[in-house]
Ligand binder design. Structure first.
Ligand code: DGJ
Length: 724
């Protein structure tokens, strides 16, 4: 899949789906040539023109035509006059901010190497091939290795870089992107997922314009404000067709994604750790590893892009044990009990849950220390025996006796000032000496860059998990990072703290998930505030949002579906009126939306009427019947005739079953007769729904005409089975 043509000094990575081409200028400068749909062979048809320009900078003395100021580069670095955003910036021991790594060698290996200390996609020797290009700057003592993995059957290339100090003096890395490349001038739209707490994953699409457009997080976590992702789409690209490129970062901390349109319209796309709040001192012999960036290209529109991401994350990122496992249906106590938990309530809910067919009972916040509100007890992970006599073993017994698996909520990275842990270790928090600690939800953040704190978390959770009583952990984190200072680091290394925090967290997660592979971990961060591929490497599902209103959830799940398969997006049916919006919606609507993801419930079952309980019992048995299709099949967003509707289609892995969801936000007055066109079916196939037979071509070309319904927030689920 990877070749090097030594006549033209060109690397070509291709798998028949995508091609990625790099070339060496003057045998040492690594230039970007092409990324897009596959080409069979790259002949280097036209060399890049190097016209004389009076005021360009020339990196080779006397060569007035050669200018890295304008050439399309693969590792643009700061100092020599590129002037566009750099992918590498170094301050040398003498203070010079300059580095110019040039080509030394390359090697090609089967499979994909791991990224030490960092989450990354994985591939066996027959699933992928990796190109490693070594560049070096001997004066600065900098050696860079660029990694490119191409997967055999996906339109995906994964990139990262390592920086090694091969000199004799320490230097500082000021910026180290995971991927950077220069695309030729063209009109493209930038698509991003933006939002906030309760409004995660809102899709935004705008045409590129001259200058830098950026999405980032310097909040310590990937954040609900921006997903570490952007796509660049042809203006005409739709869900179904058109050329789309995207980058997504396998990382959960600060990041920056920039797209710069320069003086010639050349587009530099870049993604990596945010340079703000970052610097890293590298001593002789040491190596820094950047997180991994996923580069995705599809000529089949946004759904094509999503299918690449979904398959990559399901098959090459999630912990093996959970890749092909439909998820159990959960009852979570948060909206039913908040922190007012008791054995009696737990028993009543667990019994009702078991009767309805629920499979896991998750005890959320409020079970430990003096935790009656959010002001106390984080860090004191011992059960409150007044609320729960007999502690967690007693709860586990009740839950297991009811026939359910047992899940428990933790917020391991945090500490309350009102806690025994804080009294014992007031220095364990992130805090800047001399200032009050910045609070969030009246809590502080443990300094996970420190080994003893990582060990404390591993030991605390291990004690619970090794009893065998716990089948599921909900891992929450309810504030972002500030007061960034660690007494453990010398002054000149404080800029390393945010990344060291992440490395510490990944170490803790890797240790726990390897030690307890049977346990299902769910990531959560005030809802979907840290929903990223980094977390998914350890925790195979994420709570997408605290907003459980189906009208909002449709938008949120629709946004997340750009990147993530339904298997990993958790969604709960909650009470009506909704806690977050006050909106009243039908139980059927709440279910219809959540069952298109990883379904659970989060409401007081003991308050429901007998017909509601019967309806929930029926929903659960329906979901059990269809969850393999939803969670292990393929998921598509389909175009709708107007903005008032959303239309999703899911096809089983064996192509024999198809289910679609049509969602109507508001009932229109005097509606017309819109058609809903299915897609991705076999045009020659025959599909049955109830007593009707439809041709695949009919469903796709003629479409479905649905009768108008005078109901707001209305959902229709239609199931088809292939008969021929
Ligand atoms: C925020 C989470 O998103 C909620 O689901 C819940 O677990 C609360 N934290 C508990 O404090």
């Amino acid at each position: 899949m990877i070749t090097f043509d030594d006549r033209t000094d060109t690397f070509h990575l291709t798998n028949g789906l995508v091609s990625y081409v790099l070339t060496l200028a003057k045998t040492k400068y690594l230039l970007h040539r092409y990324w897009g749909p596959a080409i069979a062979e790259y002949h280097e048809p036209d060399p890049i023109p190097t016209p004389y320009r009076s005021f360009n900078l020339n990196q080779i003395p006397g060569d007035w035509r050669f200018s890295l100021t304008e050439l399309p580069q693969e590792l643009p670095a700061a100092g020599y006059g590129d002037f566009r955003p750099p992918a590498l910036a170094i301050t040398q021991a003498n203070g010079a901010q300059y580095v110019l790594p040039t080509f030394q060698s390359y090697r090609i290996m089967a499979g994909k190497p791991e990224l030490p200390g960092l989450p990354a996609t994985q591939a066996s020797d027959d699933e992928a091939e990796t190109l490693i290009i070594t560049l070096a700057d001997a004066v600065a003592g900098v050696t860079v290795q660029l990694y490119y993995t191409i997967f055999k059957d996906l339109g995906i290339i994964c990139r990262h870089q390592t920086v090694q100090n091969t000199g004799t003096q320490a230097f500082t890395i000021d910026q180290c992107a995971s991927a950077s490349l220069d695309i030729s001038p063209q009109a493209l739209d930038m698509i991003t997922l933006n939002g906030a707490d309760l409004k995660e994953a809102q899709i935004a699409r705008q045409p590129l314009h001259p200058g830098i457009q950026e999405i980032n997080s310097i909040r310590g976590f990937s954040s609900p404000q921006h997903q570490p992702f952007f796509a660049l789409a042809e203006p005409a690209a739709t869900e179904i067709s058109g050329l789309v490129y995207a980058m997504h970062l396998v990382y959960s901390g600060n990041f920056s994604g920039t797209v710069d349109v320069d003086q010639f319209g050349m587009i530099r796309a870049q993604l990596g750790i945010a340079p703000d709040h970052f610097s890293w001192i590298l001593a002789p012999g040491e190596t820094f590893v950047s997180p991994e960036a996923v580069l995705n290209c599809s000529a089949a529109g946004l759904n094509g892009l999503s299918q690449n991401f979904h398959q990559l994350y399901r098959q090459h990122l999630l912990p093996k044990a959970w890749q092909d496992r439909p998820r159990p249906i959960v009852l979570n106590t948060w909206e039913a009990m908040y922190m007012d938990v008791s054995l009696a309530k737990i028993k009543a809910q667990a019994v009702a849950a078991a009767q309805a067919g629920i499979e896991v009972f998750v005890l959320d916040d409020g079970w430990f220390g003096e935790r009656n509100d959010a002001t106390s007890s984080l860090g004191d992970w011992q059960a409150n025996l007044d609320k729960l006599p007999g502690g967690i073993p007693a709860v586990a017994k009740i839950v297991h006796n009811a026939g359910l698996k047992f899940g428990l909520w933790f917020e391991p990275e945090m500490i309350s000032e009102k806690s025994q842990l804080y009294r014992q270790h007031p220095d364990w928090t992130l805090h800047v000496p001399g200032y009050p600690i910045v609070e969030g939800r009246t809590q502080y953040v443990l300094d996970l860059s420190r080994k003893e704190i990582q060990d404390f978390i591993v030991q605390t959770l291990s004690k619970y998990l090794q009893t065998g009583d716990i089948d599921y952990i909900k891992w929450d984190a309810n504030r972002q990072l500030a007061s960034l200072y660690s007494p453990n680091l010398p002054p000149e290394r404080q800029g390393e703290l945010s990344h060291r925090y992440m490395l510490g967290l990944y170490h803790v997660l890797a240790t726990l998930t390897q030690r307890f592979p049977r346990v299902l971990f769910e990531g959560c961060c005030s809802g979907g505030g840290r929903f990223d591929p980094g977390m998914l490497r350890y925790m195979p599902q994420t709570w997408a949002s605290d907003n459980t209103d189906p009208n909002c959830r449709m938008t949120i799940q629709n946004g997340f579906s750009l990147l993530y398969p339904p298997l990993v997006i958790t969604a709960h049916v909650s009470a009506s009126p909704n806690e977050q919006t006050g909106r009243k919606t039908a139980l059927a609507t709440r279910f219809a939306v959540t069952q298109c993801a990883n379904l659970g419930y989060e409401l007081d079952l003991t308050q429901l009427s007998p017909p509601e309980l019967t309806a929930i019992t029926d929903q659960i048995s329906y979901a059990k019947q269809w969850r393999r299709l939803v969670q292990l099949g393929t998921f598509y967003r389909l175009p709708t005739p107007d903005q008032n509707h959303l239309f999703w289609e899911m096809i089983s892995a064996d192509q024999q079953h198809v289910t679609v969801l049509v969602y109507q936000r508001l009932a229109p007055a005097n509606p017309g007769f819109p058609r809903y066109h299915l897609a991705y079916l076999d045009p020659a196939g025959q599909y049955r729904r109830a007593d009707r037979i439809y041709g695949g071509d009919e469903l796709m070309q003629v479409g479905l005409t649905l009768p108008p319904v005078h109901e707001d927030f209305y959902t229709e689920i239609l199931n088809f089975t292939r008969v021929h």
